[in-house]
Design a protein around this ligand. Structure first.
Ligand code: AR6
Ligand code: MG
Length: 319
């Protein structure tokens, strides 16, 4: 366990790497919704030519990062307004998310807009999980606080317990990835998922993560087999997305390009599995390479559409 406190520049550095990893995973993943994109070429180290436009995953994550860089903790009223004012359906926002955010922009309190979505069930979409990894990276020294802040960042749009459960686990996974980076010790895949245990709440996301842990305990499985067992996000829900994304992050923690390639190979909601996995894995790998660790390639960062300037300090530190 960690017993040190991170200073602000170190928090921002981890948050920065997470956000860039998230956005490259999102933007590259989104390329594979176009015809003529070749997985074989990507697996051979030849991704499609840029520019790769990022989608709502990155757009919302930039609002989260601006909140962290500006205030440290999540102000829910502020974040709701930021999400609502910036919402641009053209970026591929979820159908429910567009309704919630337009209602907030029209003056409905975020708590009501979120609670009334999907016939009063609230959203269990994967959107709270897709934007949250930088929260965990920023709070890498205190996973419990990361979990609380993940809940706050989720609640403004996702009132369904499964949507929130997915966000908690992704943030805590990013926090542990940051701890592993700082201590220089890469946890084995099973140990990485075991550390999420205290943060599991009853429900389908929990059962999915437990299946992922059992997969790691058995014979080695391919990414396609893992997606078959855990889902690949094609339902666009947290339940169908987060267990698989955590399995990919745990099994590919030291190799960012391989991790994103695994998301593409699995198909489904590739920009969002890419965003979740990219946000966690880049917290561990960073940008560029270190001995034994392959981070976000410089060419991939250059191919990704630039991040908006309002994303602030967490986006534009050292590039
Ligand atoms: N019951 C049934 N289906 C649901 C429910 C529910 N309670 N909640 C969500 N869904 P949404 P997000 C399904 O719209 O979470 C973009 O493509 C439903 O099909 O709240 O922000 C991003 O790239 C709904 O449309 O938005 C991400 O992939 C979908 O889940 C994703 O959308 C998404 O929930 C993020 O979506
Ligand atoms: Mg998207």
């Amino acid at each position: 366990m960690m017993s040190f406190v991170l200073h602000e520049p170190a928090r921002l550095d981890l948050c920065h790497d997470s956000l860039h990893g998230l956005s490259v995973g999102d933007a590259l993943g989104a390329q594979f919704f176009m015809v003529g994109r070749s997985l074989t070429e990507l697996a051979a180290g030849r991704p499609p030519a840029g520019p790769w436009e990022w989608t709502d995953d990155t757009h919302m994550a930039c609002s989260v990062a601006a909140e962290l860089g500006g205030y440290g903790d999540i102000g829910q009223d502020r974040l709701a307004v930021a999400f609502a004012e910036r919402c641009d359906p053209y970026r591929g926002y979820g159908a429910g998310a567009v309704v919630i955010l337009h209602r907030i922009r029209d003056g409905v309190p975020w708590r009501d807009a979120a609670r009334e979505a999907f016939g009063g069930e609230g959203s269990c979409g994967n959107g709270a999980a897709m934007r949250v990894a930088p929260v965990g990276a920023y709070h890498a020294d205190r996973p419990r606080h990361a979990a609380e802040q993940a809940i706050r960042s989720a609640e403004v749009t996702h009132a369904h317990p499964e949507g929130i459960a997915g966000a908690i686990l992704v943030a805590v996974a990013a926090a542990y990835a940051g701890q592993a980076r700082l201590t220089g010790v890469r946890p084995p895949a099973s140990a990485f998922l075991d550390r999420l245990e205290p943060y599991l709440v009853d429900g389908q996301v929990r059962r999915g993560v437990e299946r992922a842990r059992r997969l790691l305990a058995g014979r080695a499985v391919t990414v396609e087999e893992a997606a078959y067992e855990l889902g690949n996000g094609s339902r666009v829900t947290a339940q169908d997305t987060v267990p698989f994304a955590l399995w990919v992050a745990a099994t590919h923690l030291d190799d960012y390009p391989k991790a994103i390639t695994a998301c593409v190979a699995a198909g489904g909601d590739v920009d969002t599995t890419g965003a979740i996995v990219g946000g966690v894995v880049a917290t561990y790998t960073g940008l560029g390479d270190r001995p034994d660790v392959t981070g976000v390639p410089a060419a991939w960062l250059a191919a990704r559409e630039p991040l908006p300037s309002w994303a602030g300090r967490a986006a534009d530190r050292n590039g």
